[in-house]
Design a protein around this ligand. Structure first.
Ligand SMILES: Cc1cc2nc3c(=O)[nH]c(=O)nc-3n(C[C@H](O)[C@H](O)[C@H](O)COP(=O)(O)OP(=O)(O)OC[C@H]3O[C@@H](n4cnc5c(N)ncnc54)[C@H](O)[C@@H]3O)c2cc1C
Length: 471
């Protein structure tokens, strides 16, 4: 990889505009890390992109001189996705944040990818429409980041994830060429599906500058309840029974005992702290269907739950959802370093996986709490630790390695929604096999033969250790 010389710097400033180019110490430092703990590397320049043409001009220069480019939205990813491990340029998208169109005839929205997820939700909901993907980070996360990570969220079970909504993209290839994929089309089989290929590509194939997503009518009614269990297996059996009863709830979330304690201490909403597991169950849609489904689910829960609490109104429902969304923030208060992971198993294996996580935590003497999207098997084992404690961090690393292996043994995956980035790179081959890795590398070469987009990610070396800095 080349460095940014004076000549390249001048060209980049000309392409980006002087108000968009930063290489002072503070700017470099503040773009050297993202939400992932214990990863940091300094870039040489930070550029705030303002248009597709400008991104194209910047990439042409970086391509010519083989300068690495790390695309960054809100940097809320948890896999080291935006850490500039080979220096070069951090290309920030947050100034490209215009909502370009809500098309009520085609039920689509088109926007620049620096727009936040929450801003899109608010704009479409004001028109009685609905964009389901709702990552816990949606207040800050950009839609470009969601698309590049294929973000999920609390509504994934019923509505799917980001990949199920993106139908068209404008993207800049590493050589600066601009491509348009898909469009406002519900059907399109013209060639390979480049739209789907770019969704989840983690900034390694192209810079996505605009996107079109499909929208749904906004559900007329929403209802939420909590079911408290003395026994985690009872909670897991309840999840299976709900699905077996042919009900697909809009939300089916799980918190283990450790998480309940901490969330209650944080949110003070009256969660019973002696419970082994809580399910947060929601339904939305036509009021009559919501009522019927909630009643059926309440009856199923009653078979094994100690108690059930149904939200009285929308305000209380929102309070319960917010409490679940605050699980990470609540846990993060306990210790200086919080490592949130993302092992996913078939939902029939949730109880076994939660049990295994608890056993592994005990074996390595590290504190791991688990919460997550029970309905789709996506668990977030979260470790509260301290990056300065070398001995503990090594045990944490080993514990997580064992957790990923356990997930795979149960037919699961190493990441359900947070992506590979740096953190999971050493484990990717465990999931896709050597032939899978070769195909993926071939795709990368086809898009980015000079490997300038997000180098060091997805296929990073063999080491299984995180980089610990600032001890
Ligand atoms: C508190 C919290 C809760 C979370 N909850 C969830 C959740 O419920 N579900 C879930 O799936 N994830 C969740 N996440 C992680 C999630 O991936 C991100 O929050 C979100 O999708 C990333 O958006 P971002 O704008 O911050 O992207 P960034 O972190 O800036 O970037 C993420 C990746 O996308 C690439 N990228 C960003 N923008 C572009 C672009 N325009 N073109 C090409 N590549 C690009 C980057 O290079 C990087 O590889 C959570 C994270 C936090 C901190």
């Amino acid at each position: 990889m080349r460095r940014i010389t004076g000549e390249i710097r001048a060209k980049l400033i000309e392409a980006a505009g002087v108000s968009a180019y930063f290489d002072d110490e503070e700017s470099l430092l503040s773009h050297s890390y993202d939400a992932t703990p214990m990863l940091q590397a300094m870039p040489e320049a930070v550029i705030y992109a303002q248009s597709t043409n400008q991104v194209s001009a910047v990439l042409k220069i970086c391509h010519q001189y083989e300068i690495p480019v790390y695309t960054r939205g809100a940097a809320s990813n948890l896999c080291g996705g935006t850490v500039p491990v080979h220096g070069g340029v951090v290309l920030v998208t947050t100034r490209m944040n215009r909502l370009l169109e809500i098309d009520e005839e085609n039920l689509t929205a088109t926007f620049e990818t620096g727009l936040t997820t929450k801003a899109l939700h608010q704009a479409v909901e004001a028109k009685g429409l609905f964009y389901p993907p709702d990552p816990g980070s949606m207040l800050v996360s950009t839609l470009g980041g969601n698309i590049a990570q294929c973000a999920g969220g609390l509504r994934g079970l019923k509505y799917g994830t980001t990949k199920d909504y993106v139908i068209g993209l404008t993207a800049v290839l590493p050589n600066g060429e601009v491509i348009h994929t898909g469009g406002k089309l519900m059907k399109d089989v013209a060639g390979y599906d480049l739209t789907k290929l770019l969704v989840g590509s983690e900034g390694t194939l192209a810079v996505i500058t605009e996107a079109t997503v499909k929208l749904l009518p906004k559900p007329q009614a929403t209802s939420v309840m909590l079911a408290y269990f003395d026994d985690m297996y009872a909670a897991a059996r309840t999840v299976s029974k709900i699905i077996a009863a042919r009900i697909i709830p809009s939300t089916l979330e799980f918190m283990d005992h450790g998480t309940i304690l901490v969330v209650e201490d944080y949110a003070k909403i009256g969660l019973p702290t002696d419970m082994k597991a809580i399910l947060l169950i929601g339904q939305d849609g036509h009021p009559a269907v919501v009522e019927e489904d909630m009643e059926k689910m309440r009856a199923i829960c009653m078979e094994e739950a100690r108690e059930i609490k149904v939200a009285k109104d929308m305000r209380e429902a929102e309070e319960l959802m917010t409490a679940r969304r605050s699980a990470l923030s609540a846990l993060a208060r306990l210790k200086p370093t919080t490592i949130l992971e993302d092992a996913t198993v078939p939902r029939s294996q949730i109880a076994t996986m939660v049990e295994k996580i608890a056993e592994i935590g005990a074996k390595y003497n590290v504190r791991i709490c688990t919460f997550g999207h029970a309905g789709d098997g996506n668990l977030h084992p979260t470790c509260m630790t301290d990056a300065r404690d070398q001995d503990e961090i090594e045990r944490v690393e080993e514990a997580f390695e064992e957790i990923f292996a356990a997930a795979l043994e149960l037919g699961g995956t190493i990441t359900g929604e947070h992506g590979v980035g740096i953190v999971k790179a050493p484990f990717l081959e465990w999931k896709v096999g050597p032939a899978g890795i070769e195909v993926m590398k071939g795709i990368k070469r086809a898009f980015d033969p000079k490997n300038i987009l997000n180098p060091g990610k997805m296929f990073a070396g063999q080491t299984r250790k995180r980089v610990v800095i600032n001890r």
